[in-house]
Design a protein around this ligand. Structure first.
Ligand code: NOJ
Length: 543
């Protein structure tokens, strides 16, 4: 199981309200007790933090907010000593606008080699005042920002926020599929390719075990830069021929990277963040000479019903088997509404999340856990607007319903973790720490400390399930065979001798004959004496 650490919100050693690398190090025991095989740590590089670190200004260092390079070395060494591998986040689609390359691009003239590392274009319209095309930012609004050109001013140390598009600015435009402070790199430029090869080697030489690749489906752009209108849904997913999502050219980048990781001793792996519509598209990234794994968002997006889950699981396994890649299963991360809330929240959401945990951890392949899901944390929906930091919040159209049904996007899944105590900061930082996002008072009941003392807690369920997953030869890699069931019941075998049964519906159901005479290993909620499976309950049996 790979555990995602969102460093700002995991543990804060120095009490500045933001989590850090020494904080992670101080909590490695929690991960060890959870039987974590590897951690994926979201970006900790120097960054102006316009997108919580996904706007990198130096790929070979650590932001002082998070620590130092020595802290990375210490963390990697200590994690390795505990048998935990370390995967770091690589952000190749865009840099920060405060990266030295982008500063140089702004200071240089149109057509210069400095500009050629990014996607600069002249505008349309009589005075170039219309963006080069109609592409939209993932965070809302136009995907282009206009710069000021040679006007005699000294642009060194320039704050690009001052260059946001304005009618009297006479310059070129640069592409940003995300925030204006995240200019897209031009991956047709060999200098960009070489730079990232060197960045990979920098971290591999330091002993990291792999990389999670941000926006892995976005690096290549159609050089013709066609408008989306009339051809593709604006803001739509990766579909055939799309000018900036899931283009064939990206695969060449990953072939090159794979040659690099293969040249290192031990297993060094990639996991791609690849948002595509169908598992078959995903599978193309997992051919033997490309990425090792990728997040399976088909499963994450599946509705809580037996048919939807069954279909998502089958499609995922079938598509990946065709390229010989292992499946992965993920329910939450720092970009989506926490699954307990997606599944309905409250008691129902909690019971579904518990059942989903046993389903997910029984499936063949790798599983991801996002920090806090093992505590049963829900999305926080009442963060005051002025404390929100997600750039998408500021860019969203106020007239449009919020993407997560009310809480204003992604801050709500990024609230710092409650470890101990009865009041904020709940052990997230030293006493007196004011977490960068406020923690709900109710989290007093969800701290690691409280849940460790309660055998019926979500944490206890995760620990039991993950310990079994580590011990039982049937779990983890391998195959599964569905058992015929009806209605809202799902059941499958893993060999040797394991059956997982999930009652997705509300009404009690009889478990399939396959578990008769078997031994109950673990259930997401208590099972009655009569042998039936209550609604919204999953159970594991040795048979
Ligand atoms: C995906 C990351 O997970 C998300 O947090 C970020 O905002 C975008 N990529 C842009 O880097």
């Amino acid at each position: 199981m790979i555990y995602q650490i969102y460093p700002r919100s995991f543990a804060d050693a120095d009490g500045d309200g933001v989590g850090d690398l020494p904080g992670i190090r101080s909590r490695l025991r929690h991960l060890h007790d959870l039987a974590v095989d590897a951690v994926w740590i979201s970006p900790f590089y120097p960054s102006p933090m316009a997108d919580a670190g996904y706007d990198v200004s130096d790929y070979r260092d650590v932001d002082p907010m998070f620590g130092t390079l020595a802290d990375v070395d210490g963390l990697v060494a200590e994690a390795h000593a505990l048998g935990i591998r370390v995967i770091i986040d690589l952000v190749p689609n865009h840099t920060s606008d405060e990266h030295e390359w982008f500063r140089a691009a702004l200071a240089a003239a149109p057509g210069s080699p400095e500009r050629a590392r990014y996607v600069f274009r002249d505008g349309r319209g009589e005075h170039g005042e219309v963006p080069p095309n109609d592409w939209v930012s993932n965070f809302g609004g136009v995907a282009w920002t206009r710069v000021t050109e040679a006007d005699g001013s000294d642009r060194s140390g320039h704050d690009a926020s001052a260059l946001r598009s304005a009618p009297d600015q006479a310059g070129q435009w640069y592409l940003h599929l995300f925030d204006p402070k995240q200019p897209d790199l031009d991956w047709t430029n060999p200098e960009v390719v070489e730079e990232f090869d060197a960045i990979l080697r920098f971290w591999l030489d330091r002993g990291v075990d792999g990389f999670r690749i941000d926006v892995a489906h976005g690096l290549a752009k159609d050089p013709e830069m066609p408008d989306l209108e009339g051809n593709w849904a604006t803001g739509g997913p990766a579909v055939e021929g799309h000018p900036h999502w899931d283009r064939d050219e990206v695969h060449e980048v990953y072939r090159g990277w794979r040659r690099i990781t293969d040249s290192y001793p031990d297993d060094r792996i990639f996991v791609g963040e690849v948002w595509v519509q169908a598992p078959e598209q995903l599978a193309r990234y997992l051919r033997r000479d490309e990425l090792h794994t990728a997040f399976n968002f088909t499963y994450l997006l599946a509705p809580w019903d037996a048919k939807g889950l069954h279909t998502a699981i089958d499609e995922s396994i079938d598509a990946l088997a065709a390229v010989g890649a292992p499946a992965t299963w993920v329910l939450s991360n720092h970009d989506v509404v926490r699954h307990l809330t997606r599944y309905g929240g409250g008691r129902v959401g909690t019971r579904r999340a518990r059942a989903a945990t046993l389903l997910t951890l029984a499936l063949p392949g790798g599983a991801y856990v996002y920090q806090g899901e093992e505590l049963g944390l829900a999305q926080v929906t009442d963060i005051p607007d002025e404390l929100r930091q997600d750039p998408a919040f500021a860019r969203q159209d106020p007239g449009v319903e919020r993407a997560d049904g009310g809480d204003g996007l992604r801050d709500g899944c990024r609230v710092p973790i409650p470890w101990s105590g009865d009041a904020p900061p709940f052990g997230f930082g030293p006493p007196g720490t004011v977490p960068w996002l406020p923690q709900p008072a109710e989290w007093a009941d969800l701290t690691v400390e409280k849940q460790e003392a309660d055998p019926s807690s979500m944490l206890a369920l995760y620990r039991s399930a993950l310990a079994l997953r580590r011990d039982l030869p049937a779990l983890g890699d391998g195959t599964m065979t569905w058992i015929d069931t009806e209605g809202e019941l799902l059941a499958f075998r893993r060999e040797p001798g394991f059956v997982c049964v999930v009652n997705v519906g509300e009404a009690p159901a009889a478990p399939p004959d396959a578990v008769r005479g078997g031994t109950l290993l673990l259930a997401s909620d208590p099972l009655p004496e009569d042998g039936s499976l209550p609604g919204i309950t999953a159970a594991w049996f040795a048979v």
